[in-house]
Design a protein around this ligand. Sequence first.
Ligand code: PLP
Length: 396
Amino acid sequence: MQPVYLDNNATSRTDPAVVEAMLPCFTECFGNPSSGYAFGSAAAAAVRSARKRVQALVGAAHDHEIVFTSGGTESDNTAILSALNVMAGRDEVVVSAVEHPAVLTLCRHLESDRGVKVRIIPVDGRGRLDVDAFQAVLSARTAIVSLMWANNETGVIFPVAELAEMTRTVGALFHTDAVQAVGRLPVDLKETGIDMLSLSAHKLHGPKGVGALYVRRGTPFAPSILGGRQERARRAGTENVPGIVGLGKAAECAMDTVSAEGPRIARLRDRLEQGLQQRIDGTHVNGDTTARLPNTCNIAFEGVESDALVALLDRAGIACSSGSACTSGSTEPSHVLKAMAVPPQFLRGAVRFSLSRDTGEADIARVLAVMPEIVGRLRKPMPSQPFNQPSGLVHA
Ligand code: PLP
């Protein structure tokens, strides 16, 4: 039986068209884009064309607003560190309690090692940002606000365009981690006041280890990686040409599919979610279901440990996750669900299903067919073990 892959927020299958586009970068177009001869100019042209494709996907006004990086984590780190370096006299960072570790771990480090004040904005029970609390902390000391476009665990969408406008009123920079949003929602940066945006290729059927940071023209910027003058001196190091070309192709495919695929994927996700709720008692959907990515369902099953559920689903050939890929495997409940104050009986039993354009009706039918039995098995009390005293031994 074909395995069912429903963990696309962790990573997505590289599109065969992306692989095909990348292959010549290893064999024929292998030059260094900085070299002045033909091999170099061919590689530089490939990078230029990828940049235009990423520009188009996010609706950036200029292609040089796109800086290629090693992925979402580097883009997030670079945006925040850059702002702290360039925004003279401002030493505060504003983030939400549900940001990805790529933001929160950096912030914890900045607070303990560099004395940066980090303001953490709470969310409500549905994972929505407390906008009043956000506005209350904005001040002339704010260097940067970093708020995610869509949450990786629940799919809940923050109103980033409005939040960017509010940030402008105090003269701070606005960055959004859009790693889960780009390729899943239409994004048009020209329509917003967002200064910086992070994206990652492997979440949109591109290769791993490559991404981009959008930096709006005119935004003050300090690079994190110093060396050569690649990427207009904003990110040193020989370009990952195959990765960048793969990201460009993935961006082009996403442009072609995002509008049509979103509603189809949302219908499948809703069928899965409603089907699970109908077939199984004691379920709880985590996150606001009105402003949510079309592909994400975070659902908890009362009386079940999510790691055990994920393991049994894996044995049935179904891949999904408990929490995010970066935190699953830890015994701590997810920081996102804790920030949402999810009731204790649901906190440990949450599973994330994340769909993609590869997902079909048969995948959803398989999950719905096996889940009731698996959840039932996990809920059954363990038979009590008879106590077998080894014969001949006398215990004191
Ligand atoms: N931000 C979010 C919201 C993510 O979901 C992820 C990956 O899971 C990242 C950042 C990190 O991206 P990358 O794996 O490209 O470093």
